[in-house]
Design a protein around this ligand. Structure first.
Ligand code: NAP
Length: 281
C-alpha cells in the first residue's frame, strides 16, 4: 500500500510553477496575478485565504487581497469584481465562499469573466469540462487527477466511483474521470446501495463530508481510495470520510487527511492562475 503524499507533490508543483511564473514575468514584464476576495468574518475562510496567499508567494504569483466588511452591499461587492475583471494585473479572481447570506453568490461569481475564473465554477467552464474542451476546471478534482498522474495510476478503462455530486467536487470529478476514459458511477444521498456501488470501484473517491462513511467492507481489495472529506472526528482532530486505519490495509493507494487532497487543491489553484496568465497575459 502506498500513501499518496499530496503535501510533497504540491510542494513540487509550486517549485515547478515558480520557474513558469518567472518565465512569464521575463516575457511580459509583470507577474501573474491573483485577486482574492474575502467578504465577512468567517474564521475558516480567513485561514483558507491566508494559505492561498502564502501559496502565491511560493509560486511567484502576485496576490491582491481584498477583505470586505460583512455588511457590504451587493452593488459594492459587484463593483469590486467588475473592476478586477478589467484589471490587466489580475489574471485570476477568487471569491472565497461562502459569502454572507444577504449577498447573491451566484451573481457575484457570474461577474467573474470565464478567463479569470480560476476556481472553474462558472457555467462556461463547467460546460467546457462537460464537452471535454480546454478551460479552468475546479481545483480539488483537478488536484486529484494530478495526484493520480504523478503516482503513475492509470485511469483509462478503470471503474471509478465518485461519492458526492456537488458543483465544486463531485460533478467536475466525474467529468474529469470520464474525459480520462474511466467508466464512471456517481453516488449521492439517494443512492440505493452505496456499499455495493463502492465495492465495484477500482478508483473510489469520497467527497461527502461525513467521518467514517467509507469502511473496509465498502472497498475492493487493491483499490485506489481518494478521500476528499474534511471533518472533525469525535477526538476533535481533522479526518476524512474514509476509515483510514482499517481501509489502508486493503488498498493499493490511499490519500491521508490531512496531507492528501487538501494541499493539491491550492497547488491546482496556482496552476490555474499560471495557465490563465499564459492564455491572456
Ligand atoms: P456538499 O456540497 O455538501 O456535497 C456533499 C455530497 O455528498 C452531496 O452530493 C450529497 O448528496 C452527498 N451525500 C451526502 N450524504 C451522503 C450519503 N450518506 N451517501 C452518499 N452521498 C451522500 O459538499 P462538498 O462541498 O462537495 O464537500 C464534500 C466534502 O469535501 C466536505 O467534507 C468538504 O469539507 C470537503 N472538501 C475538501 C476539499 C479539499 O480541498 N480537501 C475541497 C472541497 C471540499 P446530495 O447531492 O444527494 O445531497
Amino acid at each position: 500500500m502506498t500513501i499518496l503524499d499530496g503535501k510533497a507533490v504540491a510542494a513540487q508543483i509550486r517549485a515547478e510553477l515558480r520557474a513558469r511564473t518567472l518565465e512569464f514575468e521575463r516575457k511580459h514584464g509583470k507577474q501573474a496575478g491573483l485577486a482574492v476576495v474575502l467578504i465577512g468574518n468567517d474564521p475558516a475562510s480567513a485561514i483558507y485565504v491566508r494559505n492561498k496567499i502564502k501559496g502565491c508567494e511560493e509560486a511567484g504569483i502576485r496576490s491582491f487581497a481584498y477583505e470586505l466588511p460583512e455588511k457590504i452591499s451587493q452593488e459594492e461587492a459587484l463593483a469590486l469584481i467588475r473592476r478586477l475583471a478589467e484589471d490587466k494585473k489580475v489574471h485570476g479572481i477568487l471569491l472565497q465562499l461562502p459569502v454572507p447570506g444577504h449577498l447573491d453568490a451566484a451573481a457575484l461569481l457570474g461577474a467573474i469573466p470565464p478567463e479569470k475564473d480560476v476556481d472553474g465554477f462558472s457555467a462556461e467552464n463547467i460546460g467546457k469540462l462537460a464537452l471535454g474542451e480546454e478551460g479552468s476546471a475546479a481545483c480539488t478534482p483537478l488536484g486529484i487527477m494530478e495526484l493520480l498522474l504523478r503516482y503513475g495510476i492509470t485511469v483509462s478503462g478503470k471503474r471509478a466511483v465518485v461519492v458526492g455530486r456537488s458543483r465544486i467536487v463531485g460533478r467536475p470529478m466525474a467529468l474529469l474521470l470520464l474525459n480520462a476514459d474511466a467508466t464512471v458511477t456517481v453516488c449521492h444521498s439517494k443512492t440505493k446501495d452505496l456499499k455495493e456501488e463502492c465495492r465495484r470501484a477500482d478508483i473510489l473517491i469520497s467527497a461527502v463530508g461525513r467521518a467514517g462513511l467509507i469502511g473496509p467492507d465498502m472497498v475492493k481489495e487493491g483499490a485506489v481510495v481518494i478521500d476528499v472529506g474534511m471533518n472533525r472526528g469525535a477526538d476533535g482532530k481533522l479526518c476524512g470520510d474514509v476509515d483510514f486505519a482499517a481501509v489502508k490495509e486493503k488498498v493499493s493507494f490511499i490519500t491521508p487527511v490531512p496531507g492528501g487532497v487538501g494541499p493539491m487543491t491550492i497547488a491546482m489553484l496556482l496552476t490555474n492562475v499560471c495557465r490563465a496568465a499564459e492564455r491572456n497575459p
